[in-house]
Design a protein around this ligand. Structure first.
Ligand code: C2E
Ligand code: CA
Ligand code: CA
Length: 395
């Protein structure tokens, strides 16, 4: 076993820290103990591989430490421990992930030996893959160059009706063909696109490709709706509805076939402009979807005021719902809420049979995820559909 793997235990309870240290040594770690938050600041070094962090520290609390670790771009696998309600531990876990930390899991106290051993053996605690590299944003000049060279690419991921199993629509997902880094995922360039204002042009070109494709499928008797992701930053441009309807009529695609997915995580600075734009888009017939539902800030009032026609449940809840009571409760009540407000409800991140069974049991309308299909190139869609129909015995 590899020795000398640095580990830091931040815990005010000396006995628990000693217990964790003992087990950690068995797993090839060399644990150090910080007896409080202040000591943590002295001891922490960037080469640390694993941190076991007690949330309930008295002076500097665990959440503050998570924030500091994020500021330090800490790459350690972090295990969040604590004698707290499981929902608090789960909340801290989500917060850590949202801050781009590698959270290996939670460890309720008193520490259970088996669980700790499992975490220390687990994938996440293995030396970090080069996960940060994919987040390294392309420079603005590079992004602009790629756009001028026509290197914006679009993949399509199917969505199916949960009851009829019919293939109803695709979501367009942007990719960037980078001259040296290959095909890049959105997390490598979206933030830069938004920051530089290039998002406008990028969205236009994604929408163009999606509409072109929708028109082509329509001609070959495959009438699919297409969903396009819209950055909330675009909801300040009052000319957006005209631009979108000009494009749909150019390709002869009904606006009703186009779903605009807008992430929930926006606290719009210009809520009035957003309301203006969304209302006009809806009046023109576009479907409006509230994306990543459950992760953002929408209040009941907003849900009621904004003219959404679809609710898209975020994959973090969908993926956990089969095993986690709280996640299931969120999925279940979101579906009920969506339906009561007259919206279609779509579950994203359907990865396994049990996820599918659950959304089907909970009467979700549509599903999307690796269990059904991965994002694919447009030319692969007909073959996937044949495969899907064969699986269903419908060919
Ligand atoms: P999103 O809108 O939540 O899209 C779903 C993401 O989850 C996609 O990642 C998709 O590939 C991935 N996914 C789908 N099914 C599964 C599953 O079963 N398991 C797992 N683990 N992942 C699944 P992708 O393509 O990397 O996109 C990431 C995000 O980037 C999107 O999240 C969306 O917010 C944003 N994005 C993508 N295309 C565009 C675009 O054209 N414009 C804007 N503004 N944002 C975009
Ligand atoms: Ca989306
Ligand atoms: Ca999502």
């Amino acid at each position: 076993m590899k020795k000398n793997r640095r580990m830091l235990i931040v815990d005010e309870d000396a006995a628990q820290a000693e217990f964790i240290s003992k087990i950690a040594r068995d797993h090839g770690f060399e644990p150090e103990h910080a007896e409080d938050g202040a000591a943590f600041r002295d001891i922490y070094t960037p080469g640390t591989e694993v941190i076991v962090l007690d949330l309930m520290l008295t002076r500097v609390d665990g959440i503050e430490i998570l924030r500091e670790l994020a500021d330090l771009e800490c790459e350690a696998a972090i295990i969040i421990s604590g004698d707290a309600d499981r929902r608090i531990l789960n909340a801290a876990e989500r917060l850590g992930r949202a801050r781009q930390l590698r959270i290996a899991g939670t460890l309720p106290k008193p520490v259970e030996e088996l669980l700790l051993r499992r975490l220390l053996d687990g994938e996440v605690v293995k030396p970090a893959a080069d996960s940060r590299r994919i987040n390294v944003q392309v420079a603005q000049t590079e992004l602009l160059q790629c756009m001028e060279d026509g290197c914006i690419d679009v993949l399509f991921q199917p969505k199916v009706n949960v009851r009829s199993l019919e293939f109803v629509s695709v979501e367009a997902l942007v990719r960037l063909q980078h001259p040296t880094r290959g095909i890049l995922q959105p997390q490598a360039f979206l933030a830069m696109a938004e920051e530089s204002g290039l998002i406008n042009r990028m969205t236009r070109s994604v929408l163009l490709k999606a509409l072109e494709q929708a028109a082509e499928w329509q001609k070959s008797s495959l009438p699919l709706d297409v969903a396009v992701n819209i950055s909330p930053l675009l909801l300040t441009d009052l000319a957006l509805p005209e631009m979108f309807s000009e494009l749909t009529s150019r390709f002869n695609v009904e606006p009703g076939r186009v779903i605009l997915e807008i992430t929930e995580s926006w606290l719009s600075e210009d809520a009035l402009a957003a309301l203006d734009i969304l209302t006009r888009l809806r009046m023109q017939g576009f479907q409006l979807s509230i994306d990543d539902f459950g992760t953002g800030y929408s209040t009941m009032a907003q849900l009621n005021e904004l003219p959404y026609s679809e609710m898209k449940l975020d994959q973090t809840f969908v993926r956990n719902a089969a095993k986690d009571r709280e996640a299931r409760a969120i999925v279940e009540s979101s579906i009920e809420l969506g339906h009561k407000l007259g919206m279609k409800v779509v579950a994203e991140g359907v990865e396994r049979q049990e996820d599918w069974d659950l959304i089907s049991e909970l009467m979700c309308d549509e599903g999307q995820g690796f269990f059904i299909a991965r994002p694919m190139r447009s030319e692969e869609v007909p073959a996937w559909l044949r495969h899907w129909n064969t699986c269903l015995g419908r060919d």
